[in-house]
Design a protein around this ligand. Structure first.
Ligand SMILES: Cc1cc2nc3c(=O)[nH]c(=O)nc-3n(C[C@H](O)[C@H](O)[C@H](O)COP(=O)(O)OP(=O)(O)OC[C@H]3O[C@@H](n4cnc5c(N)ncnc54)[C@H](O)[C@@H]3O)c2cc1C
Length: 222
């Protein structure tokens, strides 16, 4: 029997659910509080004719079903793009994922040595059962690298202290990544033939992006 479904919020989650329910012949109503835009924090706003993305959004999933869904919505308007991410620290740009020799050179030999010592300390004396982002990342990278590369960026993007972000969230977001895997990746880049499921999400070097920003995906769903 067809059901009538109410969805609160026309962000990626709400619109994806609504789209799939609609395809399954269910009657759906989406309630959105934004009077103009859909897409939630993945929306693209327009100002004086220019499009602004509320945060760049890489479209990358290990799930073929999810990738196929995006292709179904946007087809040729989903563009494959090489990734070029940089962390601005101490008036220098650092490639992300880290390039070992470059990071070493830009941090300087003393700071790099201190990072390695701090990493070894974290490996020898890890925080047992980490419950928050700060402790989880410190266990993976050491306190020094956490402070340099993770704390400021994460707190700026998400607007809350790292102690208040759960370790589960960190684990699913940077799953499989540690200082040793970052160095391994820098030295021996994973081959594309390894399959998407073998690639650590944080280390991908290409992704898809809608032609006119992430909001295009959700405006089209609308
Ligand atoms: C800077 C930044 C970069 C990001 N980069 C990526 C990326 O590269 N790749 C990626 O996959 N993800 C990325 N994300 C995460 C992604 O944006 C979120 O996971 C996604 O937007 C979550 O979708 P959602 O529908 O759950 O929530 P939201 O996007 O928050 O949408 C919720 C919607 O519900 C509406 N709403 C809320 N309360 C009510 C109410 N009471 N009544 C009616 N409507 C309501 C809101 O207005 C909004 O439209 C990024 C996030 C940020 C902040």
């Amino acid at each position: 029997m067809a059901k009538k479904v109410a969805i609160i919020g026309a962000g990626p989650a709400g619109l994806t659910a609504a789209y799939l329910l609609g395809k399954a012949q269910q009657e759906v109503v989406v309630f959105e509080k934004d009077p103009q835009y859909v897409g939630g924090i993945s929306r693209t706003e327009t100002y004086k004719g220019y499009a602004f993305d509320i945060g760049g959004h890489r479209f990358f999933s290990k799930s073929k079903e999810v990738e196929d869904f995006w292709t179904e919505i946007l087809g040729d308007e989903m563009l494959e793009r090489p990734r070029s991410s940089r962390i601005y620290y101490n008036k220098k740009f650092f490639s992300y994922p880290l390039v070992a020799m470059e990071a070493l050179q830009k941090l300087g030999i003393i700071e790099s040595g201190l990072c390695v010592l701090s990493y070894l300390q974290a490996k020898m004396f890890p925080v047992k059962n980490p419950t928050n982002f700060e402790d989880w990342v410190t266990n993976q990278f050491g306190k020094r690298l956490f402070n340099i590369f993770f704390r400021t960026y994460t707190e700026k993007v998400w607007g809350i202290p790292c102690k208040e972000i759960s370790a589960d969230w960190a684990a699913q977001r940077i799953k499989g990544l540690s200082l040793s895997s970052a160095i391994w990746n820098a030295l021996f880049k994973p081959k594309a033939s390894g399959g998407k499921d073998k690639v650590i999400k944080t280390l991908i070097d290409s992704f898809r992006y809608p032609k006119r920003g992430p909001g295009l995906m959700w405006e089209t769903c609308r």
